[in-house]
Design a protein around this ligand. Structure first.
Ligand SMILES: NC(=O)c1ccc[n+]([C@@H]2O[C@H](COP(=O)([O-])OP(=O)(O)OC[C@H]3O[C@@H](n4cnc5c(N)ncnc54)[C@H](O)[C@@H]3O)[C@@H](O)[C@H]2O)c1
Length: 335
């Protein structure tokens, strides 16, 4: 038997729905609800930093039960030297495996799926935690994740009246706003982050900043704050929030740059001080308690979402006849 692996390059994944934000939001939501209910296994990811190379790698295994019944593994990586050098910051691949024979079924580019699910994760945080009276969102960081986040927030929080976007690179923010000139919620690029945030109900950061730059005093007392970058907010914002949420406590509390990690190390914050969003999504825990609370959500990303989405992309690709089949061996040497 020659085990067949479907190899999907990035273009194949796009043709199979990797840039479909509606699908990504639905599957991301399904993944966190399944995880809350115990029908999906999402072990804490393992990270390896190569500081002298300016890079890091993350191993993220997942098993999705139910009708999916698939095991998968995302090997995520970021190379800071790629910035401005013609390569994406993040380059990820995923392997999908049969959970019984353990044979790999697919090997695919997961870079876009990662950016899409990160944007979806931010938007789901906003959806589950924001006040229904929210009118304006400020999205900070207009890179790949920021681009997808405009679409994700538009779909997940459709009652918003305004989206403002900001980037240190102001022409980049203006160009992105131009791409969304016909968006269902008007999108405007702003030049003053402080002015935008001061009147914003939902603030989402997706930047590559390596130290906190978002000021606690800018934020409304009932804002919904979502941090997707490593350290956009300081420990004062975390401690000042009325209610705290994370995607995965063990990941966030161990992430060296995270303000949650710093506070945990200092003995000021523990697991019982926060709720994992999956329980809010599955109606097993409360989100914000009222419209006056300031709530904060810190997310570092879940393999659960990656594998759930990658599996759907694989199934779509197979049905469409996309990709290239490669064999793991002609005949295994030992059986
Ligand atoms: N939480 C997760 O699940 C997850 C997953 C993937 C990536 N990320 C993180 O999301 C961030 C964005 O990733 P990306 O692929 O979009 O990167 P990118 O390089 O495509 O874009 C980052 C953008 O942030 C901007 N920026 C940097 N510092 C800023 C600041 N102080 N103020 C405003 N804008 C600033 C840059 O100009 C750039 O446009 C990265 O930090 C990445 O590590 C998080």
């Amino acid at each position: 038997m020659k085990p067949e692996i479907l190899f999907l390059k990035q273009e194949d994944t796009i043709a199979a729905g990797a840039e479909d934000m509606k699908m990504t939001l639905e599957l991301g939501d399904k993944a966190i609800k399944m995880w809350a209910k115990g029908t999906l296994i999402n072990p804490t990811k393992v990270s390896m930093s190569l500081d002298d190379h300016g890079s890091f790698f993350v191993a993220m295994p997942t098993y999705v039960g139910g009708e999916d019944d698939i095991a998968g593994f995302k090997w995520a990586a970021e190379g800071r030297q790629n910035l401005g050098n013609g390569l994406p910051l993040g380059i990820d691949v995923t392997v999908l495996s049969d959970p019984y024979t353990v044979l790999p079924k697919a090997f695919l580019d997961a870079s876009l799926i990662t950016a899409m699910r990160t944007a979806a994760s931010a938007a789901l945080g906003a959806k589950y935690l924001c006040s229904p009276k929210s009118k304006k969102a400020t999205l900070v960081g207009c890179g790949i994740v920021g681009r997808y986040a405009v679409k994700a927030v538009t779909l997940a929080v459709p009652f918003l009246e305004q989206i403002e976007i900001y980037d240190l690179n102001i022409p980049k923010a203006k160009a992105l706003a131009g791409e969304f000139k016909d968006n269902a919620i008007p999108v405007t690029a702003v030049e003053s982050l402080e002015e935008s945030v001061k009147t914003s109900d939902i603030i989402i950061t997706m930047t590559t900043a390596q130290k906190a730059f978002m000021k606690k005093e800018w934020m409304k007392s009932n804002a919904t704050i979502v941090q997707m970058g490593p350290c956009d907010f300081g420990t004062d914002t975390v401690m000042g929030a009325d209610k705290l949420f994370v995607d995965n406590w063990f990941q966030v509390s161990k992430s060296k740059l995270s303000p949650v990690h710093e506070l945990h190390e200092a003995g000021k914050l523990n697991q019982e001080d926060m709720t994992e969003l999956r329980y809010v999504a599955a109606d097993m825990a409360a989100g914000r308690d009222n419209d006056d609370q300031q709530v904060m959500y810190v997310s570092l990303g879940l393999g659960a979402m990656d594998i759930m989405i990658a599996h759907q992309v694989y199934k779509n690709a197979k049905a469409m006849g996309l990709g290239t089949i490669v064999n793991l061996w002609d005949a295994p040497k030992y059986v």
